[in-house]
Design a protein around this ligand. Sequence first.
Ligand SMILES: [Fe+2]
Ligand SMILES: [Fe+2]
Length: 402
Amino acid sequence: MQRRARCRVYGYTNSVERFKRRSAAGPNFLACLECNEIGNIAFSNFRSLVLKFKVLPMQAQRPGDILVVDSDGVFTSGLSPVLSACGHTVTVCRTAAEARYELDRFSFDVVLCARHLPDGEGQQLCHELKSSTEGSITPVGLLVSGAREIDEIMYRPSGMVAKRQIERVPPDEYLSRYLPLDEMPARVQTLMRIGRYQEEIANSIGTLMKVAEGIEEQDKRMTGHCKRLSIMAVELGAVLGCDEFQLTALERAGYLHDIGKVAIPGAVISKSERLSPREMEIIQAHCVLGERLCADVAALKPVLPIIRHHHERADGTGYPDRLRGQEIPVLAQILSIPDIYDALRMWRPYRPPMNEAQAIDLLRQEVSRGYWNRLIFDAFIDQVLPGLDERLNSAHVLWPAI
Ligand SMILES: [Fe+2]
Ligand SMILES: [Fe+2]
């Protein structure tokens, strides 16, 4: 029996000589000599290959597709061969229009873009790319003349971050175009590593979001709750002055707040009769279970307190920790009101859906009883509810008709 292994990147199956042993990972863990992909090598014939791949930082050493956007022919004709020599595929565009054409058709691992282009600004191109669904995790390096230009872009004379910079999604790195060309491959590798980490994070969060949406599929009359809540929570957060970081946490929490229900039997979730104390305990555990499920994804750290505390009430009668007033994390307070509103508008096994007026009326009574923060409630009623149905309709997540 011959000892063989297969490289996932290059697809070949070959003898272990083509792989190098990684003693730290154990005798069966080897990495491909050409791309560094790690594999669990089986002692077997061609057909029974057991490969257990892990995404490691060394993946970033793989060559990638690089888009260089710069009108300076001397610079690009010097840079391209240096990057190509490292195995990268390099595409050069002279203008923003050419770059948009390429970006519409292909995906790139890294984009290097000059700050000034004949038909626009590199920062604008970066903003457009990072605001798009497909390009949001593509790392962008903005090519600038030097440290002074970086200061000019990022700071006012007083040291405050310029407002126009905040309004645009910034590049991942600023690169001086006067760097020695042989340093550029290392900088490109760093950007590729950033991109691959971002991709891994996006994939992990995306998978959890799909699981959360899958819970809704148990009953078609309750579909769309995650997405509606996400939209409403972000709108409410924006009205209340949350920054981009907090809005991202609210958006993710909209999807993930009830993910702990995945561990709760469907019979308990959809029970129309009064729940027993034990069943109530099981349902209430979804906050803590959800927090635990998401705890291993580092990028979800800001979302964990929202997941745990989205059923707390300001008067201390909520769960799981019976927090009161300002003890409840503010983002959890912001999420709670649209969460309750959406639940009232939805069909439930024990009651028909409420209309807007009925739901507002009940929420108002609960605010008077001290359940919810009045300022957040007022912002929701005055600034989020007007026109909400049309906005949800255009996002195709209006409450399902019964
Ligand atoms: Fe919940
Ligand atoms: Fe919910």
